[in-house]
Write a protein that binds this ligand. Structure first.
Ligand code: ATP
Length: 216
């Protein structure tokens, strides 16, 4: 279970972007989180991905409360959650080839950098792997970012507007790749977005921001 309880978080203590938000994702479940632009979805997603320390509230992963965030989080908790963001160009190191980008979490965790299955799973062709981010399309780079997010076989996947800037066929391919991974591993998914049709088709259930948080 991934449980966010009464999370308050943001960038200004006096005016938090997220107020008392609560949301639970069961193992193997996919939950879509819908809400208008700027409401705080990404901030809550970053709390769930252990990237943003909340000012108040608790995050519990598989029964263990998270007490430290970012690089201070224990490796076991950090690697239990994979995350894909909306803009791959902001999250991908421009100096790395796609091969190194995908393999970086494996190397950083002392695992063999075997990426063939990941590359297949996200539908990247081998000729792209030696290229750097500026030499591939947004869709190709997002496929690499998804492969990277799956590389440590996380039990939880957070997709924050993963397909917002992509065309329909790339969106469908990425959703298929996520679902293939979840089917094989039983991982839970929190998919954040504002495309109701996509999230309702993709996820077991969809919740609206107004249902998870206290309105200011
Ligand atoms: N790094 C930051 N510093 C200061 N304020 C920020 C920062 N990131 C986001 N905010 C503000 O926090 C609020 C919530 O932003 P957030 O990105 O979580 O919303 P969102 O619901 O994901 O929006 P969108 O759907 O447009 O991505 C917004 O008012 C935003 O301007």
């Amino acid at each position: 279970m991934l449980e966010l309880r009464a999370i308050t978080a943001g960038y200004d203590r006096k005016a938090p972007a997220v107020r008392a938000a609560s949301l639970t994702v069961a193992r193997g479940e996919s939950v879509g989180l819908l809400g208008p632009s700027g409401c705080g979805k990404s901030t809550l997603a970053r709390v769930a991905a252990l990237l943003h320390r909340p000012a108040a509230g608790t995050l519990t992963l598989d029964g263990t409360r998270v007490r430290r965030w970012r690089h201070r989080a224990p490796k076991e908790q950090r690697t239990a959650v994979g995350v894909v963001f909306q803009q791959p160009r902001l999250s991908a190191d421009p100096r790395l080839t796609l091969t190194d980008l995908i393999a970086e979490p494996l190397r950083a965790n002392g695992r063999p950098p075997h990426i063939d299955n990941l590359v297949d799973a996200v539908g990247l062709t081998p000729d792209l792997l030696a290229r750097r981010p500026h030499e591939v399309s947004d869709g190709q780079l997002q496929r690499a970012c998804l492969a990277r997010a799956l590389s440590l076989r996380p039990r939880w996947l957070i997709c924050d507007e993963m397909t917002a800037m992509l065309d329909a066929s790339t969106t469908a391919a990425l959703v298929r790749a996520v679902e293939g991974y979840r089917c094989a591993t039983g991982a839970g998914l929190l998919a954040v977005g504002h495309d109701r049709v996509l999230l309702e088709r993709w996820c077991d259930r969809t919740v609206h921001w107004s249902e998870v948080t206290e309105q200011p």
